[in-house]
Design a protein around this ligand. Structure first.
Ligand code: 13P
Length: 249
């Protein structure tokens, strides 16, 4: 059975709570009949507003991060229970910006994945290589290592419901998208890894997205690839018209 495609927006550090409310007000009408599933991941301080504004619409809401501990002395951090209490259903984990600027490692990413799953929040687990790694020809080895560590202790049933986003770092925010062949090759390799680890049935059920300068112009050809189940969208998810095109790609 063909899976629904997913258009997930990662707003990163953009929009205030009032801007977010206004944006959802604009987006919800445009996107109401979208053919793809729609997820938006606003900054944490916008989550309550966005969840409220998205009530009764087809827009689902995710966070951009969570902490792997339940509670305690972790100034500035947000727990899974806090997200659950707000009604958050998804959480981006291990984005390359978090790995680069906030020292996240494969091991902390793994702990976060396990914590999200324990709380019933669907992880959107990110992986992706640098330009240097791609040039050296180690892309697939690198992605396999990232994912093997991130998925340690995760069951087949959990992986079936998870979202994995392949985001080559050189394509993020650069306007340089991976070609559909490059993107599909790695998404296929991710599915092959899931088949090795969990079996073909689980690999087929898991969702694999592409992210990195995905926009209204290139989304359709990327989403048409055999192993790409949709996109994780940065910049273009902040423009209601562009995101609507992607949500129908
Ligand atoms: P851009 O779409 O802005 O390249 O960002 C991609 C991304 O990092 C989504 O998580």
């Amino acid at each position: 059975m063909a899976k629904n495609k997913i258009a997930a927006g990662n707003w990163k550090m953009n929009m205030t709570p009032s801007e977010a409310t206004a944006f959802i007000g604009e987006l919800k009408g445009k996107i109401a009949g979208a053919s793809n599933e729609v997820i938006v991941c606003p900054p944490a301080v916008c989550l309550a507003n966005v969840i409220e504004a998205a009530k009764g619409t087809n827009i689902k809401v995710g966070a951009q991060n969570l902490h792997f501990e339940d509670k305690g002395a972790f100034t500035g951090e947000i727990s899974a229970a806090m997200l659950c209490d707000l009604g958050v259903k998804y959480v981006i984990i291990g984005h390359s910006e978090r790995r680069e600027y906030f020292a996240e490692t494969d091991e902390t990413v793994n702990k976060k994945v396990l914590k999200a799953l324990e709380a019933g929040i669907t992880p959107i687990l990110c992986c992706g290589e640098t330009l240097a790694q791609r040039k050296t020809g180690v892309t697939i080895d690198f992605i396999r290592t990232q994912l093997k560590i991130a998925l340690t202790g995760v069951t087949a049933e959990q992986v079936s419901g998870m979202i994995i986003a392949y985001e080559p770092i050189w394509a993020i925010g650069t306007g340089e998208t991976a070609t559909k062949e490059q993107a599909n090759e790695v998404c296929s390799a991710i599915r092959a890894l899931l088949t090795e680890l969990y079996g073909a049935d689980t690999a087929e059920k898991a969702t694999v997205l592409y992210g990195g300068s995905c926009n209204a112009k290139n989304a359709a050809e990327l989403f048409a690839c055999s192993d790409i189940d949709g996109g994780l969208i940065g910049g273009a998810s902040l423009k209601a018209d562009d995101f609507t095109v992607i949500a129908n790609a």
